[in-house]
Design a protein around this ligand. Structure first.
Ligand SMILES: *Cc1c(COP(=O)(O)O)cnc(C)c1O
Length: 410
């Protein structure tokens, strides 16, 4: 988002005009930023054979999926429903990797029927899959390398108490199962968690996976998951993609040479590709001064953006109606009957009721985690592409709330 002639714009689209046209609250996404992030990652790893699979749980709108398909990305999915969304957005089944956690064998059978790549994350499913399919359907195995990633407990998924992946300490047992049921292991995967701050963490994980690859001749790809951090505050640390690209590519290419095989290196970023491409705009309904605090109350809440309450996430908040006003301190809250505070004591340009505030970094895990709590409608979504705005999801209405309900006479 840029300030041009005192008006905020997103790739040429005037923000206040968008809010007039589509009303608030409103999610807006910018394809130019998605493409820039995708290209940065592809460039950083250009010396390897790389495939970037967009982790679509971050933002599942099918127009966004189609855009990533056009860019040449694959898709990382965590449910059969995301697989179906990917297929209906035009992805080839072989470009979809399905990495579920604690799902039934029935759901895995559905994924087999669709022909997508399947990533198995526990021994029980591995055994059942072996019995059902043997060497008929190559699979990927999700390893837990027990690396402690950065961030807080809710977003670290590689450590010892995590429910994700098969522990590296269980590899001898995995090898026995693979051998006895003739399973073909075509991929190895690790996803150690979000917000990894350190290239060394990736390198530790890489070395562990490389050791395991040597045990399975059939491996064709290595998937390093994600963990790419983006800046949420102006002075935030961001994963140094070029340094990671240089260090990991060198090690990866050397390893391929050692084993005499050209492997594909995969990543599955969600946040890195879409977080900064998204904005949530909301209108200030009420300014309320209490004895100690100045509240700005919005026409949105935790039902539309839960990350601040769920993860303690920081989202920068800007008054896009008043680019030149003096900053004052506000506590920004939602309209839900819960304590849904978006930010305490934020410096924001002086707010009048009716002003539009913008939440930045609203592309990843924002709309996709939204709900109808308090029986509120979910917002509309708009995509900015080459200077044009496209409505890609209508605002909900009463029909959506009543859709699956069955009225009975008591
Ligand atoms: C959520 C998830 C990702 C994406 O994580 P980001 O932090 O958004 O990049 C990648 N892989 C798997 C298996 C996931 O569950």
């Amino acid at each position: 988002m840029e300030l041009i002639n005192n008006r905020f714009t997103i790739s040429g689209a005037d923000v206040l005009e968008l809010c007039d046209k589509y009303e608030s609250p409103l999610y807006v996404y910018d394809t130019a930023k998605m493409q820039e992030q995708y290209q940065k990652m592809a460039d950083a790893f250009k010396s390897t054979h790389i495939k970037i699979n967009y982790a679509c749980k971050a933002l599942t709108n099918i127009s966004v999926l189609k855009f990533f398909n056009k860019l040449g990305a694959g898709l990382d999915t965590v449910s059969i429903q995301e697989v179906w969304l990917g297929l209906s957005s035009g992805f080839d089944p072989k470009d979809i990797i399905y990495t579920p956690n604690c799902v039934s064998m029935e759901e895995i059978n559905l994924a087999v029927k669709e022909g997508v790549r399947i990533n198995i994350d526990n021994i029980s499913t591995l055994e059942q899959f072996g019995l059902a399919y043997g060497d008929k359907y190559p699979i990927c195995i999700r390893i837990n390398p027990h690396i402690m990633a950065g961030g807080n407990d809710k977003i670290s998924v590689g450590h010892i108490d995590s429910k994700f992946g098969i522990s590296i300490h269980q590899m001898p047992h995995v090898e026995r199962i693979v051998k006895s049921s003739h399973l073909i292991i075509e991929g190895l995967h690790m996803h150690s968690g979000s917000d990894i701050l350190d290239v060394d963490v990736f390198m530790q994980g890489a070395d562990i996976l490389f050791e395991i690859i040597k045990k399975f001749d059939s491996v064709k790809y290595v998937d390093f998951g994600s963990g790419f951090k983006v800046a949420y505050k102006p002075d935030d640390y961001e994963t140094d993609i070029n340094q990671l690209g240089e260090t990991l590519s060198a090690r990866f290419n050397q390893f391929c040479k050692e084993i005499g095989k050209e492997l594909t290196l995969m990543f599955e970023p969600g946040k890195y590709l879409v977080s900064e491409a998204g904005y949530l705009f909301a209108k200030v309904n009420v300014i309320k001064q209490t004895t100690s605090t100045m509240f700005a109350g919005l026409d949105t809440g935790m039902n539309h953006l839960i990350r601040p309450m769920f993860y303690d996430a920081y989202h920068q908040i800007i008054n896009v109606s008043k680019p030149e006003a003096k900053p004052r301190l506000y506590t920004v809250v939602g309209y839900i009957c819960e304590t849904d505070t978006f930010g305490w004591n934020r410096k924001i340009n002086e707010i009048s009721e009716g002003d539009i505030l913008c939440f930045k970094n609203a592309g990843a895990y924002c709309f996709s985690m939204s709900s109808n709590y308090n029986s509120r409608f979910r917002p509309a979504e708009v995509l900015i592409h080459e200077g044009n705005d496209y409505l890609i999801r209508e605002r909900e209405d009463m029909n959506d709330l009543l859709n699956k309900q069955i009225v009975i006479d008591l």
